[in-house]
Ligand binder design. Structure first.
Ligand code: ADP
Ligand code: MG
Length: 696
């Protein structure tokens, strides 16, 4: 059979309808798809050992001959055992297969095989359980560097590898999608070589070359796409002009004077909005640096000139808080503030939507419900996305389209997640960046302690002491996130954890703090209950708030001075830093207690890192090192096309080379209209297929 890229997998021997369905789950339907399904890892199966020499750690290949006919036995109902002794000139190896009765016939006495598995030793007896094997004269998945693929139920690695091997010949015709001069300049391997070697590397060197080329390719197309986005914006039509106003008018509403950094960023934002071109600005500032004031200022400017503004938050709790504080701040100045979240009662939502469409709300706070269909604005001039890392390129593009036939709104993205520079460049390559690098005066750094379970009583004592001084306390339990995809590593079922939060709060109230006002907050509560719990805490009525991580971002109660985080080792460092940022927002000395019963030294070290620094950037970098960017941003939360090979945190040099190559190419051929650049344009189109409007 002649295999081309479009040959359906159903034409491959051994792929029936059932398997084809399962492969389709992985997005694999044709031969060409297999070639793009890169291994997630490799096993070096090149070295073949004798039985005596085989090392006892890891899985290894051993060549040996079956010395007998395999024996099948049933020890218990449902458990079948096949045992067979294999030998070479150095000794014997005893194989056991569980519940694979067909092995009785698959191995023949006198035949030579290569077995791949973990060798164990009991006394002088060497054993191997459930090895994979093949005949020495028909080696295909031993004696080589074996690719390890991401799998799905019913599809084994072995099957996927053998299908891919069969599909490999069609790599020969692989069109070279990178322009020749770029390949030369950056010394990149050819497409065919790279595809072959990413799957079945001839050597470590060949694998490194293949990976570099393919990772470069990913980064290059991404960079070209982002250049397009930026280009489109730079030449892009006009934005709504929001005229400047005397800043003092706004500052008179604020209960404090802005820091120098806040003031500077306010000016940058105002200048952008007055420029006549659409603003696209990222405001970065560590937790507590006072980003809300900047958003409020920008929204106020819009309202004053008869425009509308929207502030979008990642959680309902945060959206409601913004609604409360914006109302308090801006209503006295006549700004009409509204709220729109997904779980508001339908009638209320309808009313808010109507008011937005009629221009009767000037400034609306809300969740992603704000960019859902059916929300129309009379004169939307500004969108602020708070805590951006859940708000990426695609959402920005969707929003830009909200302008409809009228002019696109200005976009202000605010983030406390300190993004390492290279990563920011990639994700926000098309944004201008402002940094609030200063905390409001009078803050004392939060003291952080790592403690073990045995200090629990002392800690409760500490809670009491803080409360007696008039302060308030958060106690955080790891539990359901509002986004179920973002469940914590090692977490059991959300239901279980939810119960844990509630029962823990009840127990605390009953047995430990009967005389204090203890309340509970979690993401699955009804919006009204959540709102009530949050405002009771904000107003000081509740003294101890037992909560899940719904308070993680943005929640602001300056009187809270102590946060206790249970099972702290289950959280990522950046997340802990965010949680810690809930205290130390006022002038009171504040504390963060990390409780853990972990035995892992590594986990302890991470917690101590957090205790020793309050530098968000350092913490983010540690996190990135330990967990990789995938975790850092949650699943594709950055909204960028997914990278298969390139590691956004690690391949910094490659990243800057790819960006440089993209820029050079676009300087020579800005619209990629030259015939030799067509393939590049095609690939970028595919990559950004989910991002509306990039090419218009
Ligand atoms: P974040 O950057 O984390 O969003 P917020 O905007 O919530 O920070 O501000 C944190 C706290 O600091 C709030 O209680 C806010 O009122 C207060 N704050 C902000 N700016 C100043 C300032 N310049 N002086 C004093 N307090 C400030
Ligand atoms: Mg905030």
């Amino acid at each position: 059979m002649e295999i081309t890229r479009s040959t359906p997998l159903t034409q491959f021997p051994g792929v029936g309808e059932a398997r084809a369905k399962r492969l389709e789950k992985l997005g694999l339907t044709a031969a060409g798809d297999l070639l793009c399904w890169y291994p997630r890892d490799y096993e070096d199966r090149r070295r073949v050992y004798t039985i005596r020499e085989a090392p006892l750690e890891g899985r290894v290949c051993v060549a040996a001959m079956a010395a007998e006919h395999p024996r099948l036995s049933r020890i218990r109902t449902g458990l079948e055992l096949v045992q067979v002794k294999v030998v070479d000139h150095t000794g014997a190896l005893h194989l056991t297969f569980f519940n694979q009765s067909y092995m009785e016939r698959a191995i023949r006495a006198g035949e030579e095989y290569i077995f791949y598995g973990a060798v164990e030793e009991q006394g002088r007896r060497r054993t191997m359980v459930n090895p994979v094997f093949e005949r020495t004269d028909r080696q295909s998945f031993t004696g080589c560097i074996m690719p390890i693929y991401r799998l799905t139920a019913g599809i084994s690695n072995h099957l996927l590898a053998s299908l891919t091997r069969q599909a490999l010949p069609c790599a020969a015709g692989a069109a070279e999608t990178l322009p020749q001069h770029i390949r030369q300049e950056y010394q990149l391997a050819a497409a065919e070589f790279s595809i072959k070697n990413i799957h079945f590397p001839e050597s470590e060197e060949a694998l490194a070359l293949a990976r570099r080329r393919l990772a470069f390719e990913e980064l290059f197309y991404l960079a070209v796409g982002l250049c397009f986005l930026k280009e489109r914006r730079d030449q892009g039509g006009a934005g709504r002009t929001v005229p400047l106003r005397p800043k003092e008018e706004f500052l008179a509403l604020l209960p404090f004077s802005p820091t120098g950094a806040q003031s500077r960023v306010m000016d940058e934002t105002a200048a952008d909005m007055a420029s006549g071109r659409p603003m696209n600005r990222l405001v970065q500032g560590d937790v507590g640096s006072g980003k809300t004031a900047v958003a409020a200022y920008a929204g106020w400017l819009c309202a004053r000139s008869g425009h509308q503004a929207a502030l979008m938050a990642p959680t309902e709790v945060l959206a409601e808080q913004h609604f409360r504080s914006l109302s308090a701040l801006l209503s006295p100045a006549g700004v009409r503030v509204g709220l729109l979240t997904g779980s508001m009662p339908a009638a209320e939502k309808r009313r808010t939507r109507a008011a937005l469409a009629a221009g009767e709300i000037d400034f609306v706070a809300g969740t992603h419900a704000l960019i859902s269909d059916g929300v129309e604005f009379a004169a939307l001039a500004l969108i602020v996305a708070d805590e951006q890392h859940r708000f990426g390129v695609a959402q920005r593009a969707a929003l830009a389209a909200k302008g409809g036939e009228s002019l696109p709104p200005h976009v202000l993205v605010m983030s406390a997640t300190p993004i390492p520079r290279t990563l920011a460049l990639m994700i926000y390559g098309d944004l201008d960046v402002s940094v609030i690098d200063q905390l409001p005066p009078g803050r004392t750094p939060v003291s952080t302690y790592v403690v073990r379970e045995d200090k629990r009583q002392r800690m409760y004592h500490f809670v009491r002491q803080q409360v007696s001084e008039g302060r308030q306390v958060y106690i955080i339990c790891p539990a359901v996130e509002e986004n179920p995809d973002a469940a914590l590593p090692g977490e059991e079922s959300p239901a279980l954890n939810l119960k844990a939060v509630k029962t823990y709060a009840e127990k605390l109230q009953r047995e430990v703090f009967p005389d204090l006002r203890v309340d509970v907050l979690h993401g699955r509560m009804r919006p009204r209950e959540k709102e009530a719990a949050m405002s009771a805490f904000a107003s000081g009525q509740t003294q101890v708030l037992v909560s899940t991580t719904v308070v993680e971002v943005g929640v602001d109660v300056p009187n809270a001075s102590l946060i206790i985080i249970e099972n702290a080792d289950r959280f990522g460092l950046s997340q802990l830093h965010q949680l810690r940022g809930r205290v130390g927002r006022g002038s009171h000395p504040s504390h963060c207690v990390l409780i853990t019963s972990t035995r892992s030294r590594e986990a302890m070290e991470r917690l101590h890192t957090l205790a020793s620094t309050t530098d968000g950037f350092r913490i983010a970098e540690e996190d990135l090192k330990a967990r990789g960017p995938g975790d850092f941003f949650g699943s594709r939360q950055h909204g960028l096309p997914q990278m298969k090979l390139a590691d956004l945190s690690g391949d910094m040099r490659l990243l800057s080379q790819a960006q440089q190559a993209a820029r050079t190419l676009l300087e020579q051929d800005p619209q990629l209209t030259r015939p030799e650049n067509r393939p590049v344009l095609e690939r970028v189109r595919q990559l950004f297929a989910d991002t509306p409007d990039i090419f218009n």
